[in-house]
Structures are given as structure tokens and as C-alpha cells.
Design a protein around this ligand. Structure first.
Ligand code: ASP
Length: 595
């Protein structure tokens, strides 16, 4: 319990500085600081307080031989009390300078102390280096958010949003809001439904993204739209997913892919600069097909070397891979000689994914000296590097079978890269490798529904030269879509859209959406396309993930002020919660027995 302390009023007292501000140049100044008691050392004759606000920490000194009443009041201070201090800035003696805090060359000698509020003993230590269980942090989020490391993250997030806004305004974008109470917009996830009180039995869907609205804004002639906007997707949560998350969402009229990139690159560059990173632009571009053949992934992590398809270097009858399927050389630098156990682990990992892993390089070198020399040359693999070959063990699988093989090899590559990360040091989180992946397939095969589904969303335009493949060869029909990728993470996706109703209808046909269903779901979009829709396109970048990476965190919960747990609960407010019966009656909702 907080001890019984009479509290002071703030009255007309004003702050003169924040707690991270004072420097030797301020010595002699009379200042007023306000904040929270961070650390406290009571040496009897003198009490030292570290006073903290979001900007930093300043040491305050209370001398018993100054004003005894002030010193006595300072004795009552405890952790996280809220105080105002008035006093003089003094230079610290050389032996007491504290280089750990930015104000560490000075201190404030207090002449006046107001205790504005007490605090219960905090549920966990405020020191940033102390690890605290996440449940406690989320339950007392308001205290957790006061810890310096969280304040740094949330302030970084704010500065990043500002940088994005500034950059987009500079480029002629308008910030326009779109509704949260909306009709379902397809991004492939489950909708959150909101029951209508006025029309029982009907529901709004919280938008999975403003996709359709931003397209409509282009039809309406707004030319360049953006919004830093919340999206809602009822998905199972992982470290980098939340039920609600934020996108930097934009759309423009008359663009080619390159124009979108030209808008986004300076924005991303500026955002990175805010976080202290200098990233070179333009970012490399890579087609989806190249990404597959080099990395087995549509979000390649460029920090580790690519792999190479090498089947053509070996005799056709070598049998390393099921006939016609790729054989891949995975190369990880500077691993040194790896142990028997490590080799077995790599092999097991690959085999579980259907690969035939050829890890006995010495034997390969003996039996296939020439091809192996070529493999080394192609990969640039040196003496001290790991080299393994991986082929496909079973029947070809999937609609694009080579891709299945490449993907398994891609996983093996990442697994190996991570396994030996400490030896090659390539996966340094401070090395930021951005790239654009372009020309994604239009469709992915949906095994459950046994039909093609839109790979991104059904409004992506097919590539003009692939229009016929929409029906003739959907597996190889490419979309004018692109992803921005950073260090193996997809930061955002976008596309040039379909702006013609005839093409839109063909795409709905291709994914087996009947005309009626399409009208029921997106009739208003289809209509809008008939009223002078300009060519348009856009992208949305995940703000949470971007801030997470730039803040050096590994969970987006570290950069979201009030996140939910993996079960979708807010431990602080205890949402979701039971609705009271009157609310349900008004909504015309009756719960099934047992709920
Ligand atoms: N609406 C898309 C998404 O949320 C982004 C876009 O295509 O602009 O992923």
C-alpha cells in the first residue's frame, strides 16, 4: 500500500524542461521538472532521486542541510510517485558523472518539492533490463507502457507514422477516411461481424482492409489516397499477427508498378532514417519466379546467399531428384566443418519436407568431380562453407510442382542459415535488405475447396500478356502484383487493379464466383467500374511489422500499445466479455444454450 502522504496541488506551477534536457550549459539555471520517481537512494544527509519522464532521466538532490522540510518530504518518496521539483542546475563533480544518462553531467539541487500523486508498489520493476512475464505486463499495461523501452518503441512508432504522412503529403496524397462499419471485403481471412440493432439479423463486417473503398475513391477522381488505418481480421494469432493491425494504405490513379515503387521507396527510406538506418534506394526488383528459383520463397531473405538449381550440371541418370524435378545447391558461408549430428539434423529437416538431401559432399566430390567443381563455382562456395545438394524424393506434388520442391529447399536454406547464424553473422537484424517481388501468380490452388483462389485478392489485374491464361492455364497466369519484402518478412502487398468490368468478371469466373455471388458481394464495385473507373493501383504496408523490425523487437506486441494475447484477449480490460441480456435483446440475438 502507498503510505499516507498528503498530496500537493499543481497550482500554477509550469514545467521549464523535460527530464532528458539539461546539459552543462544549463548550470546555474532555476528549473522546474515533473515526472515519476524512478530510482531513489537515501544516504541520510542526502537523498538522490532519478526523476523520469518520457524524454529521459535527471538526478535530483535533496540536502538535509538545505531546507529540512523539503528533505523530510523527500524521505516520503517511493517508486513511481509523481512529483514536481524546483531547483538549481549544478555541475556534477568528475567522479559522479553518470554516462548512462544523457543528463548525467548535471543534477538539480531541489529547493521545492510537490508530491502530486503516490503510487502503489509497481507490479514489476520499472528497470528496462529486467525481464517481466508478459501476462503481468499486459494486465498492467499502463505501467508497462511507462517503462523506458516501451516508451522508446511507442515514440518511434509515432515518429514513423509522421514520416510516412509527411512523405505522402509531399507527394500529393490526400488522407481520406473509410468506414469501419462496412460490408465484407475479401483479404482471405475471417470477418468480424457487428450485429445491426436497427435491422435485426443483418451484420456489418469490420474491414479486413479498405481495399474496395480506396478503389472507389479512385473512381471518384481523388487521384492519390492514403490512410494509416486499422484493419480487422479474425485469424489465429502468432507473434507477428493481431486481430486488429495497422496499415499504411495507399492507392493512386494511372500508375505503372514502377510508379508505386517510386512513391513507396522514399517513404520507406525516410521511415528507416527516423529509426537510425540509412537504406539505399531503389530497392532491387525480383520476379516471383526468380525468387522461387533462388530462394524457394516469395519473401526472400537476401542477407544469406541464394541457392542454385544445378540439375543440368549432373548426368541425366544421376537420379538425385525425381525425374524432371529441380536439384538445388544450398550454400551457407563460413560454417566450418559441421558435425555428424548437425549433418543428420539438416538431413532430417529436409527429408521431413520431402527432399532427398545429399550431404556427403566428399563422396559427391569423388564421384562427380567435375559437376561438383562447377557447383562450387556457381555458388561461390569456398573451403570453409557448407554446401549441400537437395533433390525431390517422391512424386511431383502440387499445381506448380517445381515450386513445391523450391519451397522445401527454401526452408532448408533458412534452417541452415539460422542454425549456423553465429558462425557467419549474416542474419544481423541491423542489416536491412529490402526488395520488391513482382509478377506473382494470379491464383493459388485451394485444396479444401478444390478450385483456384485469388493469390492476393480478386481485384489484382492479370498481366496483359497473360489474359488468355486466365482460363487456359490459370496455374501460370501472372498478376500485376508486388510485395515489399524486408529480411524475409513480407512488409506489404499491392497491385495494379482491374479497372474494367469485363476483366473483373473473367477473374470472378476463374475463381468460381458465380455472377450472382459476385453481384451479391461486390455489386457496388462492379457497378462503379462501369462509371468511368481510371486505371489504378496501390499497396498497403504493415506498420506494426515495420516498426517491430526497426525497433529491433521480435513481437509486434512490443510496438502496439494495447495488444491482445494469442487467445485474442485483452488481459487489462478483460475484453472480450459477456454482453448483458438487454444489449442482446436489443440486437435481436439469442445465445444458444450453454453459452
Ligand atoms: N488491401 C491489400 C492488403 O491489405 C493491399 C493492397 O492490395 O493494396 O493486403
Amino acid at each position: 500500500m502507498a503510505q499516507d502522504t498528503t498530496l500537493d496541488f499543481l497550482g500554477g506551477l509550469r514545467r521549464t524542461h523535460h527530464c532528458g534536457e539539461l546539459r552543462p550549459g544549463d548550470v546555474g539555471r532555476r528549473v522546474v521538472l515533473m515526472g515519476w520517481v524512478y530510482r531513489r537512494r537515501d544516504l541520510g544527509g542526502v537523498i538522490f532521486i532519478h526523476l523520469r519522464d518520457r524524454e529521459g532521466v535527471t538526478q535530483i538532490v535533496f540536502h538535509a542541510d538545505g531546507d529540512p522540510a523539503v528533505h523530510a518530504r523527500a524521505e516520503q518518496l517511493r517508486s513511481e510517485y509523481v512529483i514536481a521539483v524546483e531547483g538549481f542546475v549544478e555541475k556534477r563533480s568528475a567522479d559522479t558523472i553518470n554516462l548512462n544518462i544523457e543528463t548525467g553531467e548535471v543534477e538539480v539541487v531541489a529547493e521545492k518539492l510537490l508530491i502530486l500523486n503516490t503510487s502503489e508498489t509497481p507490479p514489476f520493476p520499472m528497470e528496462e533490463h529486467i525481464d517481466v512475464g508478459e501476462d503481468a505486463r499486459l494486465k498492467y499495461r499502463y505501467v508497462d507502457l511507462r517503462r523506458p523501452h516501451m516508451q522508446r518503441n511507442i515514440m518511434l512508432r509515432s515518429r514513423i507514422s509522421l514520416a510516412a504522412r509527411d512523405c505522402l503529403y509531399e507527394q500529393g496524397f490526400l488522407e481520406i477516411e473509410t468506414p469501419f462499419l462496412a460490408k465484407t471485403a475479401p483479404e482471405g481471412a475471417r470477418d468480424f461481424l457487428v450485429p445491426s440493432r436497427i435491422q435485426h439479423g443483418t451484420f456489418y463486417a469490420l474491414p479486413q482492409s479498405p481495399q474496395i473503398f480506396k478503389q472507389l475513391l479512385m473512381v471518384s477522381g481523388y487521384d492519390r489516397y492514403f490512410q494509416i488505418v486499422r484493419c480487422f481480421r479474425d485469424e489465429d494469432l502468432r507473434a507477428d499477427r493481431q486481430l486488429e493491425f495497422t496499415q499504411i494504405d495507399l492507392e493512386m490513379s494511372f500508375p505503372q508498378e514502377e510508379q508505386i515503387f517510386e512513391v513507396v521507396e522514399p517513404m520507406v527510406k525516410k521511415i528507416c532514417a527516423v529509426a537510425g538506418f540509412d537504406v539505399p534506394t531503389p530497392f532491387p526488383r525480383m520476379t516471383y519466379a526468380e525468387a522461387m528459383e533462388g530462394y524457394g520463397s516469395d519473401k526472400p531473405d537476401l542477407r544469406a546467399p541464394r541457392f542454385y538449381p544445378v540439375a543440368h550440371l549432373f548426368p541425366a541418370d544421376s537420379g538425385f531428384s525425381t525425374a524432371g524435378m529441380p536439384l538445388v545447391a544450398v550454400h551457407i558461408p563460413n560454417t566450418g566443418v559441421i558435425s555428424r549430428r548437425e549433418r543428420d539434423e539438416l538431413k532430417a529437416f529436409g527429408q521431413e519436407r520431402g527432399l532427398r538431401v545429399l550431404d556427403d559432399v566428399r563422396r559427391l566430390d569423388r564421384d562427380f568431380a567435375e559437376p561438383m567443381a562447377r557447383v562450387r563455382e556457381v555458388c561461390g562456395a569456398g573451403e570453409n562453407d557448407l554446401l549441400i545438394l537437395a533433390g525431390w524424393a517422391g512424386e511431383p506434388k502440387g499445381q506448380r510442382p517445381e515450386e513445391t520442391v523450391y519451397q522445401a529447399c527454401g526452408q532448408l536454406r533458412l534452417y541452415a542459415a539460422q542454425k549456423f547464424a553465429e558462425r557467419h553473422n549474416l542474419l544481423d537484424p541491423r542489416s536491412l535488405k529490402f526488395l520488391w517481388v513482382v509478377d506473382f501468380p494470379m491464383f493459388e490452388w485451394d485444396n479444401e475447396e478444390n478450385r483456384w483462389a485469388a493469390a492476393h485478392h480478386p481485384f489484382c489485374s492479370p498481366k496483359e500478356e497473360d489474359l488468355e491464361k486466365l482460363t487456359a492455364d490459370p496455374a501460370h497466369c501472372r498478376a500485376r502484383s508486388y510485395d515489399l519484402v524486408l529480411n524475409g518478412t513480407e512488409l506489404g502487398s499491392g497491385s495494379i487493379r482491374i479497372h474494367r468490368q469485363d476483366v473483373q468478371s473473367l477473374v470472378f469466373d476463374a475463381i468460381g464466383l458465380s455472377r450472382e455471388d459476385a453481384r451479391g458481394k461486390f455489386g457496388y464495385l462492379l457497378d462503379a467500374l462501369t462509371y468511368g473507373a481510371p486505371p489504378h493501383g496501390g499497396i498497403a504496408l504493415g506498420l506494426d511489422r515495420l516498426v517491430m523490425i526497426l525497433a529491433g523487437e521480435s513481437s509486434i506486441r512490443e510496438v502496439i500499445p494495447f495488444p491482445k494475447t494469442a487467445k485474442g484477449t485483452d488481459l487489462m480490460s478483460e475484453a472480450p466479455s459477456i454482453a448483458n441480456p438487454r444489449q442482446l435483446r436489443e440486437l435481436g440475438i439469442q445465445l444458444r444454450h450453454g453459452h
